[in-house]
Design a protein around this ligand. Structure first.
Ligand SMILES: [Zn+2]
Length: 298
């Protein structure tokens, strides 16, 4: 991907795609120019080099708050989620506060590329696909709620990582993000994580600095860890044989957080790696490119 090109060319296809309600328009740009669904892009407001009049930027994409920071160049930047299933575009709703006068309200239309997906056929034990009884249903709902709470928490945490996201010590992709799954020949689902193959007991490493926001032993996910990286970003690690951290721990990039296993709904030992912006599922491989996006926009 040629990020340099995007960085130069992204000076906004303003034309008809953006509604600006204030005469004091400032440039809005993003990289990549056409992000793929299920990824993270980087949006910039400003710099407003002539007047230096912006006092802050707020916004949302797909109902998730954005976390803008002001760069040395005076531009405000935030990562934005591009949800799976975006029908060709996503809208960023922005409020640009001014030092004087009313805030600008902008609705920015960002084109989104479709993801090419595979169809995978997997077989799992019947108890994972049969309709759960009421006790199991209650457990699954409790476990969903715990995950939602952990994911929401990342919006209230400052960004605590710097540099880049790395692979979690495992590199062999055995199941791609977004693949449509046929489970036991029937039930269809979308695979909203990245499967990484490794023998049972292989250490799983934190890809970046984070706070452990959830650990547990869940019905579908097995033994799991969630890391809160701040600014809305979380990552999760499922099917572990062992968890090596406690909730509330701060972990550094490269620190072992668990061991690969085959707990929960699995066909064999592997890591199911998930990335979320708020509640939205993102391809974890998109995280590996965040530092390039930031470099490309400077
Ligand atoms: Zn998986």
């Amino acid at each position: 991907m040629s990020l340099a090109k995007f960085a130069v060319g992204a000076g906004l296809s303003l034309a008809a795609s953006v509604a600006v309600q204030s005469p004091n328009r400032v440039p809005v740009s993003w990289v990549p120019q056409t992000p793929i669904e299920g990824s993270i892009a980087l949006l910039a407001v400003g710099p407003d080099t002539t007047r230096n009049e912006i006092s802050g930027v707020r916004g949302t994409v797909a109902g998730e708050p954005l976390h803008f920071t002001r760069g040395e160049d005076g531009a405000y930047r935030a990562f934005i989620p591009v949800p799976v299933g975006s029908p060709g575009r996503v809208f960023a709703s922005l409020e640009i506060a001014k030092k004087k006068g009313a805030a600008d309200q902008l609705l920015v239309r960002i084109p989104v590329a479709r993801r090419e997906v595979e169809v995978e056929r997997v077989r799992v034990p019947g108890r994972y696909v049969e309709p759960p009884d009421s006790a199991l249903l209650a457990r699954i709902e409790r476990e969903r709620a715990a995950q939602r709470a952990a994911l929401n928490r990342a919006h209230r945490t400052q960004r605590i990582w710097s540099g880049k996201f790395s692979w979690p010590g495992l590199y062999r992709v055995t199941g791609t993000f977004g693949a449509r799954r046929e489970i036991n020949g029937a039930t269809q689902s979308v695979h909203l994580g990245l499967d990484l193959g490794a023998p049972e007991g292989t250490p799983v490493l934190a890809p970046a600095r984070g706070v452990v926001s959830l650990v547990g032993d869940f019905f579908y996910q097995g033994k799991l860890v969630y890391l809160d990286h701040g600014s809305g970003l979380s990552t999760g690690y499922f099917h572990l044989s062992e968890v090596l951290v406690n909730r509330g721990d701060t972990v550094e990039a490269g620190q072992a957080i668990g061991l690969v296993g085959a707990t929960g709904r699995v066909t064999g030992p592997h890591l199911h790696w998930v990335a979320r912006y708020g509640r939205l599922s993102i391809d974890p491989q998109s995280l590996l490119e965040l530092s390039e996006l930031e470099r490309g926009m400077r």
